[in-house]
Every structure is written in C-alpha cells, then in structure tokens.
Design a protein around this ligand. Structure first.
Ligand code: PEP
Length: 279
C-alpha cells in the first residue's frame, strides 16, 4: 500500500449562522478541542456570529482551530452603522471571512425580491463580494467565497453557466497569487439546510468546473492552488464520501457544526481524505 498526500490541505469550516451566545460558544468549542486534538492534515475553522467572536477566540486559546467571520464590510471605518471591517475581524483573531453565502446574496438586489420572500435577504451580489474579497486579501484575511445555483437554475440546465459566471465575477481583478491562497465554497442553494445533499459525483464535477474556470481565467497555478469546499447538508454520515472526491478540498458545514461530535467526525474524515492510497 502506497500513501501520497494530496496537494491541498483540506479545510473544514463550521458556519454557525445565527446560533450560540457566549455560554454555548464556550461549551461547543470546549467540547470540540479535545475531540480534534492532534488531528493532522486538516485545518479546522469555526465561524460564529460577530457577537461571540471574542469569546470564541479566548476559548480557542492555543488550540489548532482557526476563527472566521460570517461577513465583512469593505470600508475601514466611519459612518457605516451596523457594519464590521476587516481590521476589526483581524483584531479579534479572525483568519477567514465567509463572503456571499446564499443567505446574504441577492443575486438581483431588488427590493421586490426581498418583499416576495425569496432568498435575496441582504442584497449581496457578485460585485459586492468581489470588492470584499479585494479588501480581505489586502488586509490579510482569507475569503471563503460562496457560489451556488438555485433549484430553478439547476432544473433549467443553467448550473454550469451560473457557477462559472459567479466565479469570474467574484474573482475579477484578483491576481493569480491572491487566488491561490483563497477558498471557494460550492454550495448549491437547494442543498443548504434542507438535508438534501448533492451527490458526491455531481459535487465533484461542479468543483472541477470551478477549478477549470479559475485555470482558464487566472492561470494554472491559481487553479491548482485554490481550495474548493463543498457545502450543503454535509454531515457525519455523508462527509467521508464527499471528502474523498479528488476536487473537494473540504467542507463548509452549517447544521452539523453545531454539535462537537458531528463536527469532529467530519474533521476526522477530512484528515483521512487528505491522503491518496494505492495498492
Ligand atoms: C451553510 O450554511 O453553509 C450550510 C452548508 O448549511 P448546512 O450544512 O446546514 O446545509
């Protein structure tokens, strides 16, 4: 049996969304630490709400867990009520920022869509994600850029066009060196929080399409270096099959990140999947 390490270190990032106040944050991270202690060949990250980033940072201490935020604003400071800057996130210990999650995207940015109760809650668009990515990279925060198609787009056969156009627009103007360091998350909107996971072959195919789009537009090194995660109802039962796919470099995890044991099981599956085995 021959073992060879895969080129890219997998990343497992937990998106806590709007869950957990201070006490639950201490408890969840406190439970997670011993479960992943000593785990090699995987990077573990938690992305709590803004209000508990400081508590999360203190609780993590010197454990091998990175901290991420769920959004960022592009301005440095000033009269931007409600917004949080990259400097503020760095100050509290963040290394990552999730950008363009489908729950913050508004692909068309129309108030009508908001009122119609569609998925366009916060008016995030490819071009605002792009500005945020530029600022994050300039400041030293690593963006986790989300892309994904809705069920209507998938059923209309538009998945590939939607995904490649989101990738080109979100990465526009970034240098190949910058792109090599960042993270993209393929999150089919219909699979997020629904329990309906994308099949591993199809998830791998779309992640390959993303990598090829990066190669075609920003060069081979950028395409080979960028880490591409899958997100959408990944859990402790289906993680292994998804994470062993050649183009999937980790996971963005929602619901299953809220329990230390299920999140740790996913981290262990990623650690195992960081190696190729040949007979
Ligand atoms: C997410 O919110 O990014 C996500 C993937 O959620 P879930 O794992 O709950 O589908």
């Amino acid at each position: 049996m021959v073992r060879t390490k895969k080129v890219r270190t997998p990343l497992i990032a937990g998106n806590w969304k709007m869950h957990n106040a201070r006490e639950q944050t201490r408890q969840l991270i406190g439970e997670l630490k011993p479960l992943i202690d000593g785990l090699s060949d995987v990077e573990v990250c938690v992305c709590p709400p803004f209000t508990v980033l400081a508590v999360a940072s203190e609780t993590i201490g010197d454990a091998e867990i990175s901290l991420g935020a769920q959004n960022v604003f592009w301005e440095e400071k000033g009269a931007w009520t409600s917004q949080i800057s990259a400097d503020m996130l760095l100050d509290v210990g963040c290394r990552y920022a999730i950008l363009g999650h489908s729950e913050t995207r508004g692909r068309f940015g129309k108030v009508d869509d908001l009122l119609a109760g569609r998925l366009h809650y916060f008016g995030e668009r490819d071009d605002t994600i792009n500005i945020k990515a530029r600022v994050c990279l300039a400041k030293g925060l690593t963006p986790i850029i989300c892309c994904g198609e809705t069920i209507d787009e998938r059923q209309a056969g538009k998945t590939d066009d939607i995904i490649s156009s989101q990738i080109r627009a979100c990465l526009d103007g970034l240098t190949p060196d910058q792109i090599e360091t960042l993270v993209i998350a393929y999150e089919p909107v219909w699979a997020i929080g629904t329990g309906e996971v994308c099949g591993s072959d199809e998830a791998n195919r779309v992640c390959r399409l993303i990598r090829q789009t990066v190669r075609d537009n920003f060069g081979t090194d950028a395409g080979n270096g960028v880490r591409i995660l899958y997100g959408g109802s990944m859990n402790d039962k289906n993680a292994e099959e998804l994470l062993e796919q050649s183009e999937i470099d980790g996971g963005l995890i929602g619901g299953a990140a809220l329990k230390a044991d299920s999140f740790a099981t996913i981290c262990k599956a990623a650690s195992f999947a960081a190696w190729n085995f040949y007979i």
